[in-house]
Design a protein. Structure first.
Length: 423
């Protein structure tokens, strides 16, 4: 029997590699003779770097950068020299896990360190740059990242604006004259796991701000700041480049390009652009990582890509799936965001397509989530065997995954055995 173990990271408790090992231990206890194949997955958030090191044989390059609260942090990027490919996990430089819970406030955090990682990749000679933009502590629209790459965000009096969520509202002018010229020569792919627009009720501030410590009033300030940033960029483009962007066109991006949008609109070249071009505020993924998707798109010419699809292709998931009898995946919380395109949903979809049962084990389950079977989930089980506090469950995540996996495999084996007394 072959069991494929393909969990996502359980945010804040254990990474995807550790989760896969825990599932494998539990599966072996129930079926010692089974072949367990560990293929930990990610969707652009936490864990992308370690998967690149494991799945692509990438080199881990340590880089000291500016953390979300402007203190130095030790981060890293993954480097595949033969492909001139660098992979960056923004969570390692600007992630929520770097900020103690009592100090979380997206008005004061910055994505500056993510831009510093990108600059380090350019220094290595990267020609392709994959930036995983999940797990952020920031809602700065990417102005921190852009600042590290040479952009200047100026107030009405000409002073530099702090590259934070609070600084967004104070920007009067964006100066891209000092933007790193290498941005025009590198293909950048922003790998994200959500399709939220930049602003509005489904935007970066409204949906993810509270998770990062924002109060309702702060959510309103952040959303207004992001909207102001989008207006500045759009207005600069409409005036023929008063707002200087990188000039970089996304490479290979699907969907409308310059001159292909709705009437009267232009793409990122900026010619004859309307004040709010289609690709800015409402583009799916623009709201990822506190608007970093937007910032990468407009300041660096990045292509926005679904993270889970990219990761599964990178790991040759379908090759590992061939011949499997059972797939186990895992997630911190199984909810509507999971079904919107996170890695466990894609694992289940591919398992369904291959005719392989797939069971998901989650730290918590949305009780009203419909259509799991239609998405490929044969069953969904809670990680917790009984009432547990969140802190205890997170601390014991690997132990609980192991125990749950054992029970899933035992049930699966029992279903394959004929009832007692029958041949």
């Amino acid at each position: 029997m072959k069991i494929l173990l393909a969990p996502n990271a359980l945010k804040g408790s254990c990474g995807a590699l550790a989760a896969a090992r825990a599932l494998a231990r539990g599966a072996r206890r129930a079926a010692p003779a089974a072949e367990g194949v560990e293929v930990p997955v990610a969707d652009g958030g936490d864990g992308l770097l370690e998967l690149a090191v494991k799945g692509l044989g990438a080199r881990r390059i340590p880089v000291q950068v500016t953390g979300p609260h402007c203190a130095p942090v030790e981060a890293a990027l993954a480097w595949v020299p033969e492909r001139r490919l660098a992979l960056i996990e923004m969570a390692l430089a600007s992630g929520l896990a770097l900020v103690p819970e009592g100090q979380r406030n997206p008005l004061v955090t910055t994505s500056l360190g993510t831009g510093e990682l990108m600059r380090a990749a350019l220094d290595l000679g990267a020609e392709t740059l994959l930036v995983g933009i999940g797990g952020s502590a920031t809602t700065d629209g990417g102005i921190g990242m852009a600042t590290a790459l040479g952009y200047r965000f100026l107030a009405a009096d000409g002073r530099l604006v702090p590259p934070t969520g609070a600084g967004l509202a104070a920007i009067a002018r964006i100066d891209g004259s000092g933007a790193d010229p290498r941005l025009k020569r590198v293909a950048i792919q922003a790998v994200c796991d959500v399709d939220n627009p930049l602003t509005g009720p489904r935007g970066a501030a409204a949906v993810y701000g509270p998770q990062k410590g924002a109060t309702p009033d702060q959510v309103g300030l952040l959303d207004a700041g992001l909207s102001h940033l989008a207006d500045l960029v759009a207005g600069g483009l409409a005036r023929g480049g008063t707002t200087s962007l990188s000039g970089q066109e996304p490479r290979g991006e699907e969907g409308p390009r310059a001159g292909e949008g709705p009437p009267g609109e232009e793409g990122p070249s900026g010619r004859d652009a309307a004040p709010d071009p289609w690709f800015l505020r409402s583009r799916p993924g623009a709201g990822a990582a506190g608007g970093l998707g937007f910032g990468l798109r407009v300041f660096c010419g990045a292509r926005l890509m679904p993270g889970a699809e990219l990761v599964l292709e990178m790991l040759e998931f379908d090759r590992h799936l061939a011949g499997a009898d059972l797939v186990l995946t895992a997630e911190g919380r199984l909810d509507s965001q999971t079904l919107a395109g996170k890695a466990p949903a894609l694992v289940a979809a591919r398992a369904r397509r291959a005719g392989v049962p797939c069971v998901v084990i989650a730290g918590s389950l949305d009780p009203g989530l419909p259509g799991l079977a239609e998405r490929g989930f044969t069953a969904a089980l809670s990680l917790c065997p009984g009432p547990l506090s969140l802190a205890v469950a997170m601390a014991r995540a690997e132990e609980l995954l192991e125990a749950a996996a054992e029970q899933v495999v035992r049930i699966f084996l029992a279903g394959r055995q004929p009832p007692a007394g029958l041949p």
